[in-house]
Design a protein around this ligand. Structure first.
Ligand SMILES: Cc1ncc(COP(=O)(O)O)c(C=O)c1O
Length: 428
């Protein structure tokens, strides 16, 4: 990431300067690294640290039933849910009562789009961007189409990879019901200026506060897909100015599920499809069927694991400190990576001033798929594609094939980067 990245929260007052990350012991925590592979595919999903694996196994090893309070098995399930909501609340800067779990970010977004659109009609408008993963585009496009609402598109500049905020501002009207923006592009790493977008939507005073635009757009929902962002930057929903933030723990060492954060009072107003006997309380109202208790236990362990990389009074402070350390570590690797790619004559598409450590590139004259396969043959995982950011890939002129994507995770080290660059050099 660049040094201008907004971590979303003020730094915790650490009692002593944070030591650098101990990447050697961190790598020892990740069993998949024993494969000898160099993993640059973390934007698709991270490798899992042992404490997360152990927490999942422990949840399934102990007595476990459906949530309740009558016996130890029920109480275990209940405690797992309570703990996971508290963990994700710390992770996303939210009230635990506003944390909703689902199968994936995509599933949560599709469900909420259907629910929110019940209240939309012809003449209403939603704003989506071409920088986004399709998981934060298609649910809104489909929902809008279903009720006859209008979809407005915001572009990014292919040369700078920056979202066009003038176009976004021009897209806002008194009928804008929702603005869906990526926390960070999973293709390019771009981190849009969320605080500015929030103030364009709601006015300087925040959601429903009136002021410039606020009076007529007090009900506009600012939806942020933080699936990529939350793996790299300390996320705080209020600091982002977002009404809703979604993320997926499997992008930061956790298991495969999705989590959503919103104000419980706002959730209270929504009426999703649900079964008659299932709980109508918030947030349970939005959680279809039985929750995946073992994955929730793994989610808590993933948050605790990351928090354990930092210092501070409580878990929220430790997470803030951990992300600062991770940022320094990523920055060191990113500099080596980008310099090395440029020296090889690669075309780098990731150019935004605020971005994560995810780099999209091509080697001139080499199809991206071929480069990725050649890397895999040398034990380096760096897939090629559009990674469901289909609109972004097309807008870059890369069609549906995309380019090669390299992402950094806490377990990557300089040796990994050198292996990647060496493998690319062998290609040439
Ligand atoms: C930015 C972004 N949004 C949404 C998604 C979809 O997440 P999920 O797999 O949890 O549905 C991804 C997955 O890669 C992503 O990177």
């Amino acid at each position: 990431m660049t040094s201008t990245v907004d971590t979303g929260r003020a730094a915790a007052p650490a009692s002593s300067p944070a030591p650098p990350l101990d990447v050697v012991s961190l790598r020892a925590d990740v069993p998949a690294l024993a494969s000898g592979l160099a993993f640059f595919d973390s934007p698709g999903g991270t490798q899992t640290p042992s404490p997360v694996i152990e927490a999942i196994a422990a949840a399934l090893t102990a007595p476990l039933a459906n949530r309740g309070h009558d016996n130890p098995a029920q109480r275990n399930a209940d405690q797992i849910v309570v703990d996971a909501r508290a963990a994700m609340a710390d992770y996303l800067g939210n009230d635990a009562a506003g944390i909703v779990f689902g199968r994936s970010a995509t599933q949560l977004t599709l469900e909420f789009a259907r629910t929110l659109a019940r209240d939309w009609g012809p003449g209403d408008e939603v704003v989506v961007t071409r920088l986004d993963h399709d998981g934060n585009i298609r649910p809104w496009v489909l929902a809008a189409e279903r009720v006859g609402a209008t979809v407005r598109w915001v572009d990014f500049d292919p040369a700078t990879a920056e979202l066009d905020l003038d176009q976004l501002e021009a897209s806002l009207t008194s009928r804008t019901r929702l603005v869906a923006v990526t926390g960070a592009s999973n293709l390019l790493g771009t981190i849009p200026d969320h605080a500015r977008i929030a103030s364009l939507i709601h006015g300087a005073g925040g959601p429903g506060a009136g002021g410039h635009g606020g009076g007529c757009r007090a009900r506009t929902v600012f939806w942020v897909d933080a699936v990529h962002l939350a793996a790299h930057v300390r996320v705080d929903r209020a600091a982002l100015g977002a009404d809703v933030v979604v993320c997926s723990p499997y992008k930061f060492g956790g298991p495969h599920l999705g989590a959503l954060a919103a104000d419980p009072a706002w959730l209270e107003q929504l009426r999703p499809d649900k079964l008659l006997p299932s709980s109508d309380t918030v947030p349970e109202r939005f959680e279809l069927g039985t929750l995946p208790y073992e994955l929730l236990a793994g989610t808590t362990a993933a948050v605790d694991y990351l928090a354990g990389l930092g210092a501070g009074e409580d878990r929220a402070d430790r997470l803030t400190s951990a992300f600062e350390r991770l940022h320094l570590q990523e920055q060191q690797l990113l500099t080596r990576l980008e310099n090395g790619l440029r020296a090889l004559g690669a075309v780098l598409y990731s150019a935004a001033s605020r971005r994560t450590s995810t780099v999209l590139f091509d080697l001139p004259g080499r199809p991206a798929g071929e480069v990725s396969l050649a890397l895999a043959a040398q034990g380096v995982n760096a897939p090629a594609g559009s990674f469901y950011a289909l609109e972004a890939s097309r807008h870059l002129g890369l069609g549906d094939d995309g380019a090669v994507r390299v992402g950094l995770a806490p377990y990557n080290d300089l040796d990994d980067v050198d292996r990647l660059l060496g493998a690319l050099r062998n290609l040439r």
